[in-house]
Design a protein around this ligand. Structure first.
Ligand SMILES: [Zn+2]
Length: 130
């Protein structure tokens, strides 16, 4: 860890993210949102009402019900991620974007590229029980 670089960030009073990186993350969020909207359409297709036994074929009705509850859980999770990504898109142009909400340290770019909706750094994430 380069102590000099950290001190410089503190004097600038903002995270180490520059305009270019901010734009990159913004694009990543938009792409992710498009992908999720497609996923939701697909999941909804799979969570249609379960047909009566004689229409199911090899799959038993019980299996179909299990399958449906898995799809519905996925759908809920996916919708939650969509909400978080939309919130991230609202925040991406603000000074505090890319800052950990717990320790206020910068969230590494590599993490934001993968999970742009992150609001905590890896250290704080590991320290929480969630
Ligand atoms: Zn933190």
């Amino acid at each position: 860890m380069d102590v000099g670089a950290v001190a410089e960030d503190v004097t600038l009073n903002r995270s180490s993210m520059n305009k270019h990186e901010q734009a990159e993350i913004k694009e990543a969020i938009k792409k992710e949102i498009c992908q999720i909207l497609e996923d939701i359409v697909g999941l909804k297709e799979n969570s249609r009402p379960i047909p009566p036994d004689n229409a199911i074929g090899r799959l038993t009705r019980m299996e179909a019900i299990n399958e449906k509850s898995i799809v519905e859980a996925n759908l809920r999770k996916t919708k939650l991620r969509l909400e978080r990504l939309n919130a991230a898109l609202d925040r991406v142009d603000t000074e505090s974007f890319g800052e950990c909400v717990i320790c206020e340290g910068p969230i590494p770019m590599n993490r934001l590229r993968v999970l742009p909706e992150s609001t905590v750094c890896v250290d704080c994430l590991n320290n929480s029980d969630d």
